[in-house]
Design a binder for this molecule. Structure first.
Ligand SMILES: [Zn+2]
Ligand SMILES: [Zn+2]
Ligand SMILES: [Zn+2]
Length: 141
């Protein structure tokens, strides 16, 4: 989990305003081990008795995405999820199709060889990739 204070500080240092809603959205994302959907963020804000509405949350997410503080993840649920980029090294997600459990997974060597081959054979320079796994968690098997 990333320290929300360091993110807020770097935003402030680069001349951005730290509004209460911005602070709360960053704190919600930093405090979570799994990528959050908009509804999850709203639920957390509600628990903290904040009156931040959905439109504001969307606007904050767009801002944080543009600032490369968070990234969007599509786990084929028909909604997007968001995760703080600094929170962990490059990783992937394993999603249980039965209970919707989400786990962040790091892989040794990752797709380095595949990317190398793409570059060698197709002269395609990979700058990033996204890969998620779907299946059954240990409780659902
Ligand atoms: Zn499961
Ligand atoms: Zn993750
Ligand atoms: Zn990877």
């Amino acid at each position: 989990m990333t320290d929300s204070r360091s993110i807020l500080k770097s935003l402030k240092d680069t001349g951005h305003r730290i509004t209460q809603s911005r602070k709360l959205v960053v704190e919600a994302l930093c405090g979570s081990k799994v990528p959050l959907a908009v509804l999850d963020i709203l639920a957390q804000l509600k628990r903290r008795r904040s009156a931040v509405n959905k439109t504001t949350v969307y606007r904050e997410l767009e801002f944080l995405n543009k600032e490369k503080i968070i990234r969007e993840i599509d786990l084929l649920e028909g909604k997007k999820r968001y995760e703080v980029i600094h929170s962990a090294a490059h990783h992937h997600h394993a999603v249980c199709v039965k209970c919707q459990m989400i786990q962040c997974v790091e892989m040794e060597n990752d797709l380095f060889e595949l990317e190398q081959r793409l570059s060698d054979r197709h002269r395609f320079k990979v700058t990033s990739h996204s890969l998620e796994f779907f299946g059954l968690c240990k409780d659902c098997q």
